[in-house]
Write a protein that binds this ligand. Structure first.
Ligand code: SAM
Length: 233
C-alpha cells in the first residue's frame, strides 16, 4: 500500500510541469468538456446543501478552476498529496480563483471533521488510491447528509471497433508520446495499465454503495472512455 502511494506521488511530481499541456494534447482537448460535465452535476446540490466543496486529488487544479468558474461564491478546498502538482496549479491561477484553497494531504486520511462538505469531486484520482474502500469511506465521512459525490474516471469503451483503436492509442501511442514530452515514460505506462486493471463502472458503483452511498449512478462520456459516477450521502 505504501509502495503504491510513494510510486504515485513520485510519478506525479516528475510530470507536474507538463501535466496540463499533456492532458490537453493527449485527450485532444476533450478533458475540458469532461470537467465541465462534473461541475454541471453540482448545480442542484449546491443550491440546497450549504458548505464548501472538496476537490480531491486536485492535481494542478483544472477541475477546481472549472468549479470555481461555475460557482464563484463557493469555497473550494483542493486536496492533493503531491505538493509539486498543487504548487504548479496555484502558480498558474490568477486572481479569479481566490475561492480555491489548496491543502496538501492524503485522501485516505483527510484532515477534516465529519459532515463538512456539501459536495466532493474526484477527477482521475480514485484509480490511484492505494485502498479504494478506505478512500470512498473517508469521502463519505466528510460529506454532509444529502451532499453529493461526483467521480470522473477512465474506463474501457464498450464498442468493439472504437475500443480496438482506443487500446492501440492507450497502450502504445500514449506512453511513447507522453514519455517524450514529460520525460517519464513509466508515468504514462502506469496510466495505461491502471486504466486497464481498474474496476468496471458497475463494480465501482457497488463500492460506493458498500460505503453507504445512495442513489448511485454512472454515465458514459465519449463512447465510455470516461464515466461520471455519482452518489448521495
Ligand atoms: C491524474 S491526476 C488528476 C488531477 C486533476 N484532478 C485532473 O482533473 O486532472 C491524479 C492526482 O491524484 C493525486 N493523488 C493520488 N492519490 C492520492 C491520495 N491518496 N491523496 C491525495 N492525492 C492523491 C496525485 O498526486 C495526482 O495529482
Amino acid at each position: 500500500m505504501l509502495e503504491k502511494k510513494q510510486f504515485v506521488k513520485e510519478k506525479f511530481s516528475n510530470i507536474s510541469g507538463r501535466y496540463d499541456l499533456l492532458n490537453s494534447i493527449l485527450s485532444f482537448g476533450i478533458d475540458r468538456y469532461w470537467r465541465w460535465c462534473v461541475a454541471a452535476e453540482l448545480v442542484d446540490t449546491l443550491r440546497t446543501v450549504k458548505g464548501p466543496v472538496l476537490d480531491l486529488c486536485a492535481g494542478t487544479l483544472p477541475l477546481s478552476k472549472e468549479i470555481s468558474r461555475h460557482f464563484s461564491k463557493h469555497t473550494i478546498i483542493s486536496v492533493d498529496f503531491c505538493h509539486p502538482m498543487l504548487f504548479d496549479g496555484m502558480e498558474k491561477a490568477d486572481n479569479n480563483y481566490q475561492n480555491i484553497k489548496p491543502i496538501c494531504a492524503d485522501a485516505l486520511q483527510l484532515p477534516f471533521n465529519s459532515d463538512t462538505f456539501s459536495a466532493i469531486t474526484v477527477a482521475f484520482g480514485v484509480r490511484n488510491f492505494a485502498d479504494i474502500n478506505k478512500g470512498i469511506s473517508e469521502i463519505h465521512r466528510v460529506l454532509k447528509k444529502n451532499g453529493k459525490l461526483v467521480i470522473l474516471e477512465f474506463s474501457n469503451p464498450q464498442n468493439k471497433f472504437f475500443s480496438m483503436f482506443y487500446k492501440l492509442y492507450l497502450n502504445n501511442i500514449l506512453p511513447s508520446f507522453g514519455g517524450l514530452i514529460s520525460g517519464d515514460k513509466d508515468a504514462y505506462k502506469y496510466l495505461a495499465s491502471s486504466i486497464n486493471s481498474f474496476y468496471t463502472p458497475p463494480e465501482l458503483k457497488k463500492i460506493l454503495e458498500n460505503q453507504g452511498f445512495l442513489k448511485t449512478a454512472f454515465t458514459p462520456l465519449t463512447q465510455g472512455v470516461v464515466y461520471i459516477h455519482t452518489g448521495i450521502k
